[in-house]
Design a protein around this ligand. Structure first.
Ligand SMILES: Nc1ncnc2c1ncn2[C@@H]1O[C@H](COP(=O)(O)OP(=O)(O)OP(=O)(O)O)[C@@H](O)[C@H]1O
Ligand SMILES: [Mg+2]
Length: 320
């Protein structure tokens, strides 16, 4: 649905995107995560043609995104809804008119029975039917984002681009918005690209994620692959390095990335007849599957038999 191939983008001398290649499938929820300044918003703005890029190409639904052909670009932009951290609602308009705005912009009538049905249907879908004539200042942050989502869907887009859509919301409200995005993806078949610096967001809804740093894709994959056994840069981003591990003995981190339910730890203690301590552990919920990792501290003399045992059990591990 979205093919980003070797895209390079600079602002003056500042190269913000350096050879970015990402392929996003139809009906996928795809995450783009990275530190502030990594180039995430710039990439999103290139996808919907708000920004130009110097080389490479971006193909959306078979059509190249280029600012050279304004007419084609506008048609393409119609197929991409966008939501932002700060909602971007017009304060003087009520919920109905805010949602209707893109139709007005495209010269469509917003008072015909079909238009009303469409707009009211979307407002109902985002759960705001009792606020249909409220102004943005009368709404909470979560409600404002729901209005913005309804507005982004009013032209029947194929793709929804979300730039830090939940970054200003508290965790409970964030969960509600994420559930709504999943519903939109599932029921309307809309491809969703989520730009965020919140790992929670990616874990909860994204099927795949790209980690970008300094304008480059450093890692890509399923969130559970990327975050449970993170490579160096991702680990640094997650600030997961533990400084509390014992200074003596050997610290071995075990990774549980599938649904294996074997009680490996207790089996190992019994079968090898050794003792060790558990120093650190973390279990995480990735779209309803639980994955995790665990650090054990073993005696130097047991290091090899433990490593050998873990290999035989098919458990991924590394010495810290
Ligand atoms: N219009 C612009 N002109 C010049 N530089 C820009 C412009 N927009 C962004 N930049 C620079 O490009 C880099 C990437 O910015 P971008 O907004 O894409 O980062 P981001 O990953 O979205 O960060 P954040 O998480 O803070 O939103 C930054 O160094 C920024 O200063
Ligand atoms: Mg940004």
């Amino acid at each position: 649905m979205v093919d980003i191939v070797n895209v390079v983008k600079s602002f003056g001398d500042l190269e913000v995107l350096k050879d970015v290649t990402i392929h996003i499938n139809d009906k996928e929820i795809y995450g783009i995560i990275g530190q502030s300044g990594a180039g995430k918003s710039t990439l999103l703005r290139c996808i919907n043609g708000l920004e130009d890029y110097q080389s490479g190409e971006i193909i959306v639904n078979g059509i190249k995104v280029t600012r050279d052909d304004q007419k084609q670009l506008h048609q393409l932009q119609k197929t991409m809804g966008m939501i932002f951290q700060n909602f971007n609602l017009l304060n003087r308009l009520d919920v109905y008119d805010n949602v209707a705005l893109p139709m007005k912009f495209w010269g469509m009538k917003t008072n015909t029975p079909e238009a009303r049905k469409k707009i009211e249907g979307l407002i109902k879908m985002v759960g705001l039917e009792d606020k249909i004539h409220a102004r943005p200042r009368e709404l909470s942050g979560g409600q404002k984002q729901r209005v913005a989502i309804a507005r982004a869907l009013v032209l029947d887009p194929k793709i929804l681009l979300c730039d830090e859509a939940t970054s200003a919301l508290d965790p409970a409200i964030t969960r509600g918005i994420l559930a709504l995005l999943q519903q939109i993806n599932r029921e309307m078949g809309i491809t969703i690209i989520v730009v965020t610096h919140q790992m929670e967001v990616v874990k909860q809804i994204c099927r795949r994620v790209a980690f970008i740093k300094d304008g480059m894709v450093l890692a890509e994959g399923r969130p559970e692959e990327l975050f449970v056994k993170p490579e160096k840069d991702v680990k640094k981003f997650l600030q997961q390095d533990s400084e509390l591990l014992p200074q003596t003995g050997v610290n071995i981190q075990l990774f549980f990335t599938d649904k294996s339910s074997d009680p490996v730890i207790t089996m190992m203690a019994r079968e090898l007849d050794i003792n060790f301590s558990i120093c650190w552990a973390k279990l995480e919920d990735f779209r309803h599957n639980v994955y995790g990792s665990l650090v054990i501290n073993v005696n130097e003399k047991d290091k090899e038999i433990v490593e050998d045992y873990l290999d035989r059990q098919g458990v991924a591990w590394e010495v810290l």
